[in-house]
Design a protein around this ligand. Structure first.
Ligand code: UDP
Length: 335
């Protein structure tokens, strides 16, 4: 049995990762400040003896160091994510993401623990070299647009992780996550899939920002988790950067149509200008498609869950967990 520390383990991806590790008979420590994650995400495994939940910030260095010491592998997922977070609290987002990764890497340095660092497809910025390869150039917009600060902060995380490997031989792996979706993801900070499903199930028109012709590639969370587990036990992954995503592309407008169909909803689509949804001068990325040949070659794993199946599981989760009833304010505003 090995011990895994998941920072952000009460969050959307972290809690699914905890489920999978526990199912595989491993020991799991969760460090999460519960700012966007929730203990309820771990409800199904809470009585498990091999699970330890510590509701603390990674900035509590004493707690973090002690947990890192007891871990064989660290998955560093704790971060401020979501476009709304970045626009509303840019300082907090930048400092938390860079500072958080730094303390985790520093703690791992002592005994050279393996760290899997979560980055994001956002680092490709406005690159038009579709599909994006890990060794391709990154094209961020100007610093005056706060959206790009998220990509910049995650890019610093990537540089730091790779530098800790080069300079101090701390085994690190960087993963760039492409729009992961599934149950337990919430729409409060912007994520489009849970927002659309919430709107469809509550009889509201789906709010598509911009023309709706921008596209994304949505990956079901279990496919991401599978890759994370495989990369963590693969020595050849160390010092590498990997795209984790499902290359199947869909426009946001078509996503809205699929959500309406999967939810059997009698609602329409409402188009909202970016300035109204986010902020003046907001820049979106038109396309974001991963080249996943690197991770597929190394792990032998390719995504298995299709988009309709993913949307259906989100719908079922929202219905069985009564997510809409429990959320005090589920009407998203765009004022
Ligand atoms: N989006 C939308 N309606 C929403 C939320 C998002 O049309 O209620 C759009 C958003 O402008 C973007 C896409 O959906 O073009 C994906 O947005 P998300 O915030 O989920 O992820 P990211 O922009 O980081 O890919």
């Amino acid at each position: 049995m090995s011990s895994f520390l998941i920072t952000g383990g009460a969050g959307f991806i972290g809690s699914h990762l905890a489920d999978a590790l526990l199912k595989n008979g491993q020991r799991v420590m969760v460090l999460d400040d519960l700012s966007s994650g929730s203990i309820s995400n771990l409800a199904q495994v809470r009585s498990e003896e091999r699970l330890e939940i510590v509701p603390e910030s990674i900035h509590n260095r004493g707690v973090l160091a002690e947990m890192v010491d007891r871990a064989d592998v660290i998955f560093h997922l704790a971060a401020r994510v979501g476009v709304f977070n970045i626009i509303e609290s840019p300082v907090e987002t930048i400092m938390n993401n860079i500072g958080g990764t730094e303390v985790v890497l520093k703690a791992a340095q002592k005994k050279r623990k393996t760290v899997i660092v979560a980055s994001t497809s956002e680092v490709y910025g406005k690159s038009e070299a579709v599909p994006f390869r890990e060794d391709g150039d990154l094209t961020l917009g100007p610093s005056a647009r706060s959206r790009w600060s998220y990509a910049a902060s995650k890019l610093v995380d990537e540089f730091l992780a790779l530098a800790y490997w080069r300079e101090f031989r701390v085994p690190t792996v960087v993963v760039r996550l492409f729009n992961t979706i599934g149950p337990r993801q919430i729409g409060r900070y912007g994520m489009v899939a849970p927002r659309f499903v919430t709107q469809a199930l509550s009889g509201q028109d789906l709010t598509v920002y911009g023309t709706g012709r921008q596209s994304r590639c949505f990956t079901y969370v279990s496919d991401v988790v599978e890759w994370l587990l495989l990369l963590a036990s693969e020595p050849r992954a160390i010092g590498g950067v990997f795209n984790l995503g499902n290359p199947r592309e869909i426009t946001i407008e078509d996503l809205a149509r699929r959500v309406i169909a999967v939810c059997d909803a009698k609602v329409g689509i409402r188009y909202i200008p970016y300035e109204q949804a986010y902020e003046e001068g907001f820049e979106d990325m038109e396309r974001r498609v991963p080249d996943i040949s690197k991770v597929v070659e190394l792990t032998g794993y390719a995504p298995r869950v299709g988009l309709d199946e993913a949307l259906l599981r989100i719908r079922q989760w929202m219905e069985t967990e009564r997510v809409l009833e429990r959320s005090a304010r589920f009407k998203y505003t765009h004022a």
